[in-house]
Design a binder for this molecule. Structure first.
Ligand code: BGC
Length: 463
């Protein structure tokens, strides 16, 4: 008897682990596709003979696709299911990776990047949603930060693989190798169960029960969770109607938009996409040190994410976010000042890179994970799908604007002014956070919703 229980417990645990691993693999691919372009860009620019303007398009076409993907994924995953949506995402990952590796000109590469973007947009909406619907309650909280950790690991792996291929100058391999994890994701998703919440929503209670039986240890637990799902389904998603009629909901949708705009306008992705170029500006002019420098950026990004995971529930969201913006602001402003006076000796060279790393730490310990956490916490249940769709799409649109303007900004305003600009923006974000962002630590989502609907100031809805 005992043996049977233990065996079935192990089976449930490993199945849950497999399910979470697959969804996290989607995060890894998100990161791989963000990171890969930094190392490939210098080589493909020479090979395809493209201008700075076209480079910006190669980079930001993916974000354009992602904004569209994120916008429609709410609908796709509601109508056809989370699993279907992940399947579409993984197929697009495979096609986009192969297509970009075989692109013969810049137009074809841009189309491939839009396809990849659609994949990233769809999965970046669906994977965390699926995770939160399938993960056992006790690990649900840390799931979103873990997802961010997978993104940063994906970026790092992409930088490492770029560096390896850079010795042969083969940008096609850099872009093409991502086909392998994409195929793994596709095969894995085929074995994933449907989301019990989605199944129940579509009246398929028996199937929902079957899935929960596979994932949970006791029938008691399954029964409890099914009841909870049934209760929560009494609240119909009616985001658009709520948005039109309810000022309190509109306020929180705008807060989601604001948070994502702040995350992107920290300037983090300027470094993620153009790191080798920035090392060049700082005086590291050979490709090998630029590539290894970029790997260090990726590593610091992964490691500093652990600071956020440790602080988010202890110290809270708001102080961590403010501190992060301050750190980023200091890093960017000092870098701007150094570039203003010109980087002439080794000390200045390394000092500017230290400032760059300080900026990365500031982002990874705060805005990186916390904005995603906050955006999923502040929306009232009725308008959750709508609110998260809008904020996720905003993330990608703002991401696109930042990616599409960096080289032009360098050209028009110069490197020093560009970094000073981002530094000052980060400084204003401290004030915006103080005025508008609530603390959501240790408070139930229901209480946040109640406070919001009572008309409390946004910054007080977590009190
Ligand atoms: C952001 C991405 C960024 C990544 C860097 C994520 O939270 O949304 O735009 O590239 O963090 O680690």
């Amino acid at each position: 008897m005992n043996i049977t229980i233990n065996k079935s417990h192990t089976l449930h645990t490993s199945f849950t682990f497999f399910v979470c691993f697959m969804a996290a693999l989607a995060g890894l691919l998100f990161g791989l596709d963000i990171g890969v372009i930094a190392g490939a860009l210098p080589f493909l620019s020479i090979d395809l003979q493209i201008t700075d303007y076209q480079k910006e398009w190669v980079v930001s076409s993916m974000m354009f696709g992602a904004a569209i993907g994120a916008f429609f994924s709410g609908w796709i995953s509601a109508k056809f299911g989370r699993k279907f949506s992940l399947l579409v995402g993984s197929i697009l990952f495979v096609i986009g990776s192969l297509w970009s590796a075989f692109s013969l000109n810049v137009e074809s590469l841009v189309i491939a990047r839009i396809l990849l973007g659609l994949a990233v947009g769809i999965t970046s909406y669906t994977a965390p949603l699926y995770l939160s619907e399938i993960a056992p309650e006790k690990i649900r909280g840390s799931m979103i930060s873990m997802y961010q950790l997978m993104i940063t690991i994906g970026i790092l792996v992409a930088y490492l693989s770029d560096t390896a291929f850079s010795y042969y100058g083969s940008w096609r391999w850099m872009l093409g190798i991502i086909t392998i994890p994409a195929i793994l994701l596709f095969i894995g998703v085929l074995f994933l169960p449907g989301s019990p919440r989605w199944l129940a929503f579509h009246g398929k209670y028996q199937e929902a029960k079957k899935v929960l039986n596979m994932l949970r240890d006791s029938t008691e637990q399954v029964r409890k969770e099914l009841n909870e799902i049934q209760d929560s389904l009494k609240i119909k998603q009616s985001g658009w109607k709520l948005f039109k009629n309810n000022n309190n909901f509109r306020r929180v949708v705008f807060l989601g938009i604001l948070l994502q705009i702040m995350q992107q306008f920290t300037g983090m992705n300027v470094i993620m996409y153009y790191a080798p170029k920035i090392f060049d500006l700082a005086g590291f002019n050979d490709t090998v040190s630029q590539m290894w420098g970029t790997v260090c950026v990726g590593l610091v990004n992964v490691l500093a994410t652990f600071i956020a995971i440790g602080l988010v529930d202890r110290w809270g969201r708001k102080p961590t976010l403010k501190l992060g913006f301050l750190v980023m602001s200091v890093g960017m402003i000092i870098l701007g000042i150094l570039l203003f006076f010109g980087i002439n000796d080794n000390f200045q060279k390394y000092f500017s890179i230290i400032m760059l790393m300080i900026f990365i730490i500031g982002f990874a310990m705060s805005a990186g994970p916390l904005v995603w956490v906050l955006c999923s916490e502040i929306q009232p249940l009725k308008g959750r799908d709508f609110g998260i769709t809008v904020s996720t799409a905003t993330n990608w649109l703002a991401n696109m604007i930042v990616g599409a303007t960096f080289l032009t900004m360098l050209e028009i305003f110069g490197s020093s002014n560009t970094f000073l600009f981002y530094g000052l923006l980060n400084f204003t974000f401290i004030i915006i956070t103080a005025v508008f962002v609530p603390e959501t630590k240790n408070i139930s989502l229901e209480s946040i919703e109640k406070n919001l609907m009572q008309g409390k100031l946004l910054r007080n809805i977590g009190k």
